[in-house]
Design a protein around this ligand. Structure first.
Ligand code: NAD
Length: 497
């Protein structure tokens, strides 16, 4: 179904982006772009226009094997560098991204259809991730040496894990790569990274621009499918740890494959973040918070504020405020201006998945208070949508739609709000909106999510950890905890007797 005449939304298309600066063609192995051993390619598409931007190699098992061999050969030298020297490399990477900020923003927006403001934020955040990890590399220490057994002195070393395999998603291509490259290299590992087959361009551009800054073999990039390239990274006996940011299903497959070589696994998976709005909340602030955190990146965001649980006594007022906020959202192409809030969905397949979820909402008899339809093409645009009067346990409260769709359900007691918020397989993020200080202290402790915001949502900083519980996985990105995840401890005990 496409949008009706009464829709408050149209796709703004005024203005165009400059032509993106495309990366070289090939796999980035041992510090240079080399041809893939596979002749097949896949199209990389601009989802806001449906144009094919470029073709990229659909890599092979042999490509992964070559990249892993390069990474393994580089481990000893990179691990032997002092934290100060590794930190200097990361600072230079940050400087290169900053100096080429517009190249990255344009390329990211062209490959994802995301609004210019989101692309700008992604690139700023990626720069900060490298700067944070550069500092963290030097501040990352272990317990001091001491005696814990008679006449024996213990020293605990922090070591790199070795070769780390990384698999990234399409929603924040460069940023999700940065979240892994920075701490993985800071902790002294080398790596092989597979970007999403849909969005490899900024990761390849990064490789092109930092090739002379990073020793050959320390960072290798292989493009291709999850089924071939991702699977080979997960099973390869010389990959010591595999980290994936993606859906629960892909994470399960990676973990199962990794089990055969008993390698460590780091999982950052999906989410379905509840937003619990109590009767004492600042309702206007909560509605504005849901507008920005629910529709950021078109709702293609693992921590999106997509599931509102509002106290029944304020539900009518809150819903009215939310509908007003959402009806005012500006939809458009990346070139249409910095005030565009929602861009296109990432691909035709994903656009169809989100529309199918909206069909299910209709079949379930729920009320679509605003939006609910596709917008006119070209491009995979969907109206910002609010679904109201959602009963407890409805499928929309549990399934990750990963699009511009927010559901609103009501609760009566605090206990009910907490129980229902926790009734999901996911455990990535949640928020609580209240002006009651006792609630603001007690409720977050009882919510089973890796991040809980109070009177806020989707504010992320490099100093604090990001990662989930339950089906959302068990890895930690950002903060000193990421360096912990990408390193190992070794105890050496000296007999002084
Ligand atoms: P996806 O799972 O389809 O793909 C993610 C990556 O995994 C891609 O590179 C893909 O090629 C690869 N992959 C797929 N199957 C694989 C397999 N069998 N073996 C190895 N690799 C495989 O996810 P997506 O659609 O790209 O991204 C959206 C998902 O990512 C959502 O569920 C979202 O919540 C999640 N996500 C989570 C976080 C987080 O921090 N927790 C951040 C961003 C996105």
């Amino acid at each position: 179904m496409t949008t009706t005449e009464t829709s408050p939304f149209t796709v703004r298309r005024e203005g165009t982006l400059p032509a993106p600066s495309l990366p070289p063609f090939g796999q980035f192995i041992r510090g240079e772009f080399v041809p893939s051993t596979s002749a097949s390619t896949f199209d990389v598409v601009n989802p806001a226009t449906e144009e094919v931007l470029v073709q990229v190699p659909s890599g092979s098992v042999e490509d992964v094997d070559a990249a892993v061999a390069a990474a393994k050969a580089a481990t000893a030298d990179w691990a032997a560098k002092t934290p100060k020297d590794r930190s200097a490399v990361l600072l230079r990477i940050a400087d290169v991204i900053e100096a080429n900020r517009e190249v990255f923003e344009t390329l990211e927006a062209a490959n994802t259809g995301k609004p210019a403001a989101v692309a700008e934020d992604d690139i700023s955040s990626a720069i900060d991730t490298f700067r944070f990890s550069a500092g963290a590399a030097r501040a990352f220490t272990t317990l001091g040496a001491d005696d814990y057994a008679e006449n024996h002195t213990s020293v605990i070393f922090r070591e790199p894990v070795g070769v780390v395999g990384v698999i990234t998603p399409w929603n924040y291509p460069l940023l999700m790569a940065a979240w892994k490259i920075a701490p993985v290299l800071a902790a002294g590992n080398t790596m092989v990274l597979k970007p999403s087959e849909q969005t490899p361009l900024t990761t390849l551009k990064l490789a092109e621009l930092i090739a002379s800054e990073v020793p050959a073999g320390v960072l290798n990039i292989v493009t291709g499918s999850g089924r071939v390239v991702g699977n080979r990274i997960s099973e390869h006996p010389d990959v010591d740890l595999v980290a994936i940011t993606g859906s629960v299903g892909s994470g399960q497959k990676v973990a199962a494959t990794a089990a055969s070589s008993v390698k460590r696994v780091h999982l950052e998976l999906g989410g379905k973040a509840p937003v619990v709005v109590f009767d004492d909340a600042d309702l206007e602030a909560a509605a504005k918070g849901v507008r920005s955190a629910g529709f950021w990146n078109g709702g293609q965001e693992c921590g999106a504020a997509c599931r509102v649980l509002v106290h029944e006594s304020v539900a009518e007022k809150f819903t009215e405020l939310l509908i007003r906020e959402v009806s005012d959202i500006s939809v458009g192409t990346p070139g249409a201006g910095d005030d565009v809030e929602v861009g296109s969905m990432i691909s035709k397949a994903h656009y169809e998945r989100v529309l199918a979820a909206l069909d299910d909402v209709r079949k379930d008899g729920l009320t679509i208070a605003v939006g609910g339809n596709a917008l006119e093409g070209p491009g995979y645009f969907i109206e910002p949508t609010v679904v109201t009067d959602v009963p407890a346990g409805a499928p929309i409260t549990r399934t990750e739609i990963f699009g511009p769709v927010i559901s609103v359900e009501t609760f009566t007691t605090d206990q009910e709000a907490i129980t229902r918020a926790n009734e999901t397989i996911y455990g990535l993020a949640a928020s609580v909106w209240t002006s009651n200080s006792a609630r603001s202290l007690s409720v977050p402790r009882r919510l089973d999510f890796g991040t809980v915001w109070v009177n806020s949502h989707l504010v992320i900083a490099n100093e604090v950890p990001w990662g989930g519980f339950k089906g959302s996985g068990y890895g930690r990105d950002l903060s000193i905890y990421a360096l912990e995840d990408f390193s190992r401890t070794k105890h050496v005990m000296y007999n002084r007797g």
